[in-house]
Ligand binder design. Structure first.
Ligand SMILES: Cc1cc2nc3c(=O)[nH]c(=O)nc-3n(C[C@H](O)[C@H](O)[C@H](O)COP(=O)(O)OP(=O)(O)OC[C@H]3O[C@@H](n4cnc5c(N)ncnc54)[C@H](O)[C@@H]3O)c2cc1C
Length: 434
């Protein structure tokens, strides 16, 4: 039987941020991952020599993400495009780097100043709208302009993986007025998995281990506490003992691993109620001709479903075979939460790509992926997250099902990991006897 201080279930972004912090603080740490690689929904695989991301494509520069890498002594080798983001509206690519929201909205509507005032008001403590109002309804208070609505929809899709009609305005405005809000970001030249490799190196440098192809089938609960887990590793069943456990598998999966009988009914009901995964449709494509000039992110005004195209060429040539350019496009279906017609929604993204990207018809489509349900772009729509603590005092959740209010993606995973490790350090000081 293997004995550790910290058992981390899952090597996604949440699990890796947590494991690196724990190992760095001196906890004997074991990460158990059922897949053959780290990174979860922010990993990378090879398709004919292209490094294709299976989820997250950009990582935030600065903020809690970069702070974590610095604190644990891991390399953070992302490359930041300049300008980071262009908006393709009416066939023109607009750089809003310096003018921000004001410049963008000012180009789209005469109501731009009023909207800016609305965003400004949200900076005040009592300036946030009521909980029930959606972002689309909030925008409609200021303008009917379809380009403006389209831009807000695409921003909600890009950051939160839902449409503006599915995201509380309060979340949107909190994010843009109080959070780091992905103002600066970059691509990893190895693909997003490169970031987690650096954190994995921290775990092993401090004597921790990462078991791949290994699944936690159940957590052992004794006297209301986690004491270990049953792990199936390469087909063999192994027992692991631990002082505490952190699950990156998502709250519902954590309940299943811990056993429903070990958790109170009201908690189980809350987990079920907040199990609200969103959906996204991604098209990875490549071409020998350059289809988009500037490396970085290209977002759009009025589209059917397409929210953005990432252009890795130029900045990260390592991601493609020589002479090729690599792109990744994503859109959110309608609705992004709940049932939708996959084939029809994917076709709408393709139609947008043909319309927005000259030469797309000649490009090679490497993969078309619909992420939803058990493999969603966000496990909980922002604003509907569960707390990371569980009724079992030495069991926590991390990852994008337990985000802090109004956060998203890998940044949210870094934030929760930091908070959870701080709680662990208080309750279970490293080196203290169990
Ligand atoms: C198409 C798409 C685009 C995105 N774009 C971005 C972006 O550009 N930037 C950004 O920051 N975010 C982006 N996101 C969101 C981001 O990818 C996720 O928020 C983040 O990766 C979630 O990480 P996690 O650790 O919460 O969960 P996961 O990545 O799902 O990790 C959980 C891990 O646990 C493992 N696991 C589950 N159960 C068990 C078990 N019983 N035993 C062992 N292992 C188990 C799983 O295999 C998995 O590896 C995107 C997501 C998608 C899908």
């Amino acid at each position: 039987m293997k004995n550790v201080d910290a058992l981390v279930v899952g090597a996604g972004a949440g699990g890796m941020f947590t494991a690196a912090r724990l190992a760095h603080r001196g906890y004997r740490t074991l990460v158990v991952e059922r897949l053959d690689r780290i990174g979860g929904r922010a990993s990378t695989h090879d398709i004919d020599g292209f490094k294709v991301n299976n989820g997250a494509i950009v990582l935030e520069a600065g903020g809690v993400t970069e702070e974590t890498f610095a604190e644990v002594g891991a390399a953070y080798d992302i490359r930041m495009p300049q300008p980071p983001l262009l908006y393709r509206i009416g066939g023109k690519d607009i750089d809003v780097t310096k003018g921000g929201w004001g410049l963008l909205l000012g180009q789209l509507t005469r109501q731009g100043a009023k909207l800016m005032k609305g965003i400004g008001a949200a900076r005040e403590d009592d300036g946030l709208p009521e909980e029930e109002l959606t972002t689309a309804e909030w925008v409609a208070r200021y303008t009917k302009n379809e380009n403006v609505h389209a831009v807000f929809r695409n921003i909600c899709g890009s950051i939160f993986a839902v449409g503006s009609e599915e995201l509380p305005a309060r979340v949107f405005l909190t994010y843009f007025t109080r959070k780091s809000a992905f103002k600066k970001f970059g691509f990893h030249p190895e693909g997003t998995i490169g970031a987690w490799r650096a954190l994995a190196e921290v775990v092993t440098r401090h004597g921790g281990e990462i078991w791949l192809n290994s699944e936690v089938t159940s957590l052992t609960i004794e006297d209301g506490r986690v004491t270990g887990a049953t792990v199936v590793r390469d087909g063999e069943t192994t027992a692991v003992g631990c002082g505490f456990a952190v699950s990156d598998a998502g709250p519902s999966a954590t309940v299943a691993m811990a056993g429903e009988e070990n958790l109170p009914a009201d908690y189980r009901a809350e987990v079920k109620r907040r199990d609200r995964p969103s959906s996204m449709i991604t098209v990875n494509f490549a071409s020998q001709e350059q289809l988009i000039e500037a490396p970085g992110m290209l977002s759009f005004g009025r589209t059917r479903r397409l929210c953005y195209v990432a252009n890795f060429s130029g900045l990260c040539p390592e991601m493609s075979p020589e002479g090729w350019n690599l792109y990744s496009a994503s859109g959110v279906p309608k609705p992004a939460v709940g049932a939708f017609d996959e084939a029809a929604e994917t076709e709408l993204v393709m139609a947008d790509l043909r319309e927005q990207i000259a030469g797309f018809d000649r490009a090679r489509v490497l993969s078309t992926v619909v992420t939803r349900d058990g493999w969603p772009p966000q496990r909980a729509v922002a604003g509907f997250d569960l707390a990371p603590t569980t009724p079992i005092p030495n069991l926590w959740n991390v990852g994008d099902g337990v985000k802090e209010y109004a956060n998203g993606g890998t940044t949210a995973c870094a934030e929760t990991a930091k908070l959870v490790v701080e709680q662990i350090a208080e309750r279970h000081p490293a080196g203290a006897p169990r």
